[in-house]
Design a protein around this ligand. Sequence first.
Ligand code: ADP
Ligand code: MG
Length: 346
Amino acid sequence: MLTKRIGIDLGTVNVLVYVKGKGVVINEPSVVAVALHDKRILAVGNEAKQMLGRTPATIQVIRPLRDGVIADYLVTEAMLRYFIGKVAGGFRLFKPEVMVCVPAGVTSVEYRAVRDAAEQAGARRPAYVIPEPLAAAIGAGIPVGEPTGNMVVDIGGGTTDAAVISLYGIVVSKSVRVGGNHLDEAIATYIKRRYGLVVGERTAEEIKIKIGSALPRDEQLVMEVRGRDQVTGMPQTIQISSNEVAQAIVEPLQQIVAAVKAVLEATPPELASDVVDRGIVLTGGGSLLRDIDRLISLETGVPCYVADDPLSCVAIGAGLALEHLDLIRRAMPLDDYSAIAASSTG
Ligand code: ADP
Ligand code: MG
């Protein structure tokens, strides 16, 4: 087959590209370095991330997506062009078929912006767009085509999306602007309040990944943390335990739990009973936090488990969805149909 089929997870934190037959071939941060004077793109992905915090005043490092939607259109397009180009190789006679995910509940303007950006960036027309929860569920191996309620909760960097899916369609969904990044912020705030120590975003994330936990643990993990003393301004080292981290992140975790509960409450009874039988599936990087599955199970009374390879589910699902276009389109709102039709003629 000469036409490549590509699924793209256009995340706030990372972009993943899945190629049919090859798997996830690109996994890079969604950042772009831009020259300020002429807006030229200097670097994308890993290379641009290296520059974060280290650039002269003439270079700006941009995250073109915010809360899962495009905040800077031209930079997003350039980023997509770079990634699609990397995958498609030099031989562009056959443009790749591309499916990009968008958060559930985006406006039609946001939806079209993603589709147009993909087409401008070298995707075959029409480029397809799929709601993220549906892609996550497909990528997690959930049988979304059955007339059964399936619940997926994707915990990303900036948002958490909870959805119930049946027959390729999203029956109920809710997106909250709370994700892994907010856990990092909460950890940094806690350390500042309790120890008078200022730590950066990266350190806070490292603490979360190394010793963070959604619930207090019997065996405590401990970590040394370096930061800057708020009063003296000098470097300082403290020790922090996993139970302190658990305490620090209670509030954002409760917001995530509240979103899951809200979706369960709004789910029609038959589908809700399916969800109770089958359990909730967690995807996204945030689902790797220790015991977050247990926390959600405890709070909702519904069994909960983390998908295999939760960071890749959305990209894999978007790629696999290209094989089921008719079914997925059938389940999409009419508005989206006409958007797809308009793009293929325009
Ligand atoms: P997005 O889809 O928004 O780009 P991802 O699904 O890639 O986000 O998840 C990114 C988030 O996952 C970040 O907040 C990151 O800190 C978090 N994360 C990644 N690995 C882990 C881990 N092992 N434990 C806890 N959080 C993690
Ligand atoms: Mg994501």
